[in-house]
Design a protein around this ligand. Structure first.
Ligand SMILES: Cc1cc2nc3c(=O)[nH]c(=O)nc-3n(C[C@H](O)[C@H](O)[C@H](O)COP(=O)(O)OP(=O)(O)OC[C@H]3O[C@@H](n4cnc5c(N)ncnc54)[C@H](O)[C@@H]3O)c2cc1C
Length: 550
């Protein structure tokens, strides 16, 4: 591995060339649903051929009139974009309600302008000007929040600006310490490409990898698909810089310190409410020369969970370790077009082993060849002892190839007229099944008979694991947001009812803020509010997120 100097102030990505304004990812790319998959979805969810609708055109979107941006704020920014297109593209994240509002062209909130700064000093100047003028600031990374984290709420301020960080894209590798200083505006692929050219990897691959940014990962405590091996993003961060309205807060770049409670931890997960994360230093690893992925089928969800627990508690979990429940296994095979020959071959294979159905597991190992081979051997022994049947590498490779495809599929399902949303939580092993049943029952109750509620485990620890739910039902035109609200609040109530966490990795934003009291208690909220008051005395930073209103 070599070393690299920082690159500052590179030309920003052209805003209008980014993600689909109404959906996910590359505007040129769409997922393909086979005819049989479409038929199965329609049949199972009672969706009619006339139910679906395509998004309106961007010219048809209605949004609130832009309020004036004070001259001092304009002067502090390097770029000020107040055209309708830019305001629309920064008005929402990518949750189901965000997508409904964008696709139907009904935006209740939008920033009054989009600002950009070239560096941390520029960010500081913008925050100073906004604080003096009483203008709220929403830091904007990749725009992939799924918890309402980007909603342009003014909470009494005269205007709201979206502070887009795409110009802060420096990369500096310390190859001796195996750490990298990264600009917050780097997207996942940009960071990996720059590190890959130097022989390193971060190993952080969330499903939103293609669009989300380093600053966003830190601000939301993101967890990637390979978190069992590489760690969650907050575990990778060794130091950071927060540019707040009260000044800059930097943590030392040292491997560990016993100097009191960690301010790094306070900033991680602050979701833009304390300031802007303008510099992030992460641990990196040498890029893995070998990757092996394979599929397994566990007897059922409970047996699969026992295997995951066993591997996690032996500290021998594969780098990627995922377990789908029966419903998710069935639906993903159907939607992936695993039908006809492929499906029959899979059934025949399982039949030979006296197995019907079961739960899909994906295991992936990355690293030096000998190490991969040793760890894979241990995992395979435990998987077999737990009653799982090997499906081989093609199932694993097929998951690996399509691991960022889910959000494209969601766009197509919405075109068909399907309400599709995800949510996640976590608990200890001893209460994981209770949490699973509580959330599943709550969602089924809220959505009704003709719906699908499925789940997977994708982040495992010695003491517990996360649960990630996907729900699908027929979207009733004009009532989609009410349907979503009913399902979301039922699930959140179920989660707090069994003392699970309201979020394992999607963060709090606006949608989970009402549940923060259950998460940290009244005194905990007061302590968080006191920190905010010190760093953001005028309350301009991302109002209405993370902390509940009352
Ligand atoms: C299809 C899909 C799949 C997803 N999969 C995953 C997954 O596998 N794992 C996972 O963890 N999450 C996932 N997410 C959620 C989302 O991608 C993460 O929360 C991500 O970390 C957000 O990064 P971003 O750059 O898009 O941030 P944004 O969405 O732009 O911002 C998120 C929040 O962080 C704040 N923020 C952004 N940058 C900064 C900064 N530099 N300083 C201070 N505050 C900032 C914003 O104000 C906002 O409150 C997924 C989302 C989608 C739509």
């Amino acid at each position: 591995m070599g070393s690299k100097r920082p690159r500052r102030g590179r030309r920003a990505r052209k805003l209008t060339a980014g993600m689909k304004w109404w959906g996910w990812g590359d505007p040129e790319r769409r997922a393909e649903l086979s005819e049989s998959a479409v038929a199965a979805v329609r049949e199972e969810l009672d969706v009619g051929p006339d139910d679906g609708s395509e998004p309106v055109s961007i010219e048809q979107v209605s949004l609130p009139d832009g309020r004036p941006i004070p001259d001092a704020v304009r002067a502090a920014a390097d770029d000020v974009l107040d055209g309708t297109d830019d305001r629309i593209r920064h008005a929402a994240g990518r949750s189901y309600p965000d997508l409904v509002r964008l696709r139907t062209g009904q935006l209740e909130y939008a920033p009054d302008a989009v600002l950009r700064s070239a560096d941390a000093a520029g960010v500081e100047a913008v925050l100073d000007a906004c604080a003096a003028a009483g203008v709220a600031v929403v830091p904007f990374g990749g725009g992939t929040s799924v918890v309402g984290g980007l909603e342009a709420l003014s909470n009494g301020h005269s205007a709201v600006v979206s502070l887009e960080l795409s110009r802060l894209r420096s990369v500096e590798l310390d190859s001796q310490s195996l750490t990298a200083r990264l600009g917050p505006g780097l997207s996942g692929p940009e960071a990996e490409a720059a590190l890959g050219a130097l022989g390193a990897t971060l190993g952080h691959f969330p499903q939103s990898f293609e669009e989300a940014t380093i600053g966003g990962f830190a601000a939301t405590r993101s967890a990637g698909q390979a978190s069992s091996g590489y760690g969650r993003f907050d575990e990778l961060v060794t130091a950071l810089e927060l540019t707040s309205p009260a000044g800059q807060l930097r943590t030392l770049q040292v491997p560990h310190t016993a100097a009191g409670p960690s301010l790094r931890e306070v900033v991680l997960g602050s979701e833009g409410t304390l300031g802007v994360i303008t510099d992030v230093t992460c641990r990196v690893r040498p890029a893995p020369p070998t990757r092996v992925y394979e599929g397994w089928i566990a007897e059922d969800f409970e047996a699969g969970r026992e295997i995951v627990r066993d591997l996690a508690q032996r500290h021998e979990a594969p780098d990627v370790l995922r377990l789908s429940d029966e419903e998710e296994t069935r639906v993903s095979l159907e939607l992936a077009g695993t039908e006809g020959l492929q499906k029959r071959a899979l059934d025949a294979y399982l039949g030979l082993r006296r197995r019907r159905g079961g739960c899909l597991m994906i295991c992936g190992w990355e690293g030096e060849r000998e190490d991969v081979s040793r760890r894979r051997g241990i995992s395979q022994t435990r998987l077999r002892l737990g009653g799982a049947v090997a499906l081989g590498r093609s199932a694993g490779n097929s998951w690996f190839r399509s691991r960022y495809g889910g959000p494209y599929l969601r766009d197509e399902l919405m075109n068909l007229g399907v309400l599709v949303e995800t949510l996640e939580t976590a608990h200890t092993w001893s209460r994981l099944d209770e949490l699973y049943r509580a959330v599943r029952n709550a969602l089924r109750g809220a959505l009704g008979e003709r719906s699908i509620v499925m789940c997977h485990v994708s982040h495992a620890y010695a003491d517990g694991a996360s649960l990630y739910f996907t729900l699908l039902t027929r979207a009733r035109p004009g009532e989609e947001l009410d349907q979503w609200r009913a399902a979301k609040s039922a699930a959140c109530e179920a989660i707090v009812g069994v003392e699970g966490t309201i979020t394992h990795h999607h963060a709090v934003g606006r949608d989970h803020a009402p549940y923060m009291r259950a998460e940290v208690g009244e005194l905990g909220l007061e302590a968080l509010r006191a920190v905010k008051e010190r760093l953001d005395p005028a309350g301009i930073m991302n109002p209405g997120k993370l902390l509940p209103a009352d």
